[in-house]
Design a protein around this ligand. Structure first.
Ligand code: IDP
Ligand code: MG
Length: 152
């Protein structure tokens, strides 16, 4: 068990549908805490860097266009094994395969509008947090109250 930080994006469809509060509440109810959070419209270069691993794939242009189309909310979420845990709360990439109870399983229909991004590994989390946040924008508190409560 380790206290981890992970990059979460409430993608433009989540903002447009008014689901940011619902999505954030699911992470908070699980005991994760917010280390950083902001609303912005992503520039193309930032989106391409974020999705660099998918460059050359058929859906690359579509996903870059989607993520840059309107404002999104970027967050750094923190907690015990938060990278894997947040991915579970988000659900499978294709909402059709996402379990009911997960964000995508409860609120999304298609892979092209799947509401949320969550980092998939420690390396991805470190890289992605650096794309969306400057170090000074991230809370310096390594162990806040909720993280402390779930430690044993
Ligand atoms: P993830 O978001 O669950 O980590 P990835 O495979 O990393 O899924 O894909 C990144 C994003 O690209 C997905 O969340 C989705 O928005 C989009 N995407 C992935 N595969 C497809 C596809 O086949 N068609 C359309 N969009 C896709
Ligand atoms: Mg991914």
């Amino acid at each position: 068990m380790a206290i981890e930080k992970t990059l979460i994006l409430c993608k433009p469809d989540a903002v447009a549908r008014g689901l940011v509060g619902e999505i954030l509440a699911r992470f908070e109810r699980r005991g994760y805490t917010i280390a950083a959070m902001k609303l912005l419209t992503a520039e193309r270069a930032r989106a391409e860097e974020h999705y660099a691993e998918h460059k050359g794939k058929g859906f690359f242009e579509g996903v870059v266009g989607y993520i840059t189309s309107a404002p999104l909310v970027a967050m750094v979420i923190q907690g015990s094994d938060a990278i894997e845990g947040c991915r579970a709360t988000i659900g499978a990439t294709n909402p059709i395969k996402a379990a009911p109870g997960s964000i995508r399983g409860d609120f999304a229909q298609t892979i092209g509008r799947n509401l949320v991004h969550g980092s998939d590994s420690a390396d991805s989390a470190a890289r992605e947090i650096g794309i969306w946040f400057a170090p000074g924008e991230i809370s310096a508190r390594e162990h806040d109250l909720k993280a402390w409560l779930i430690e044993s």
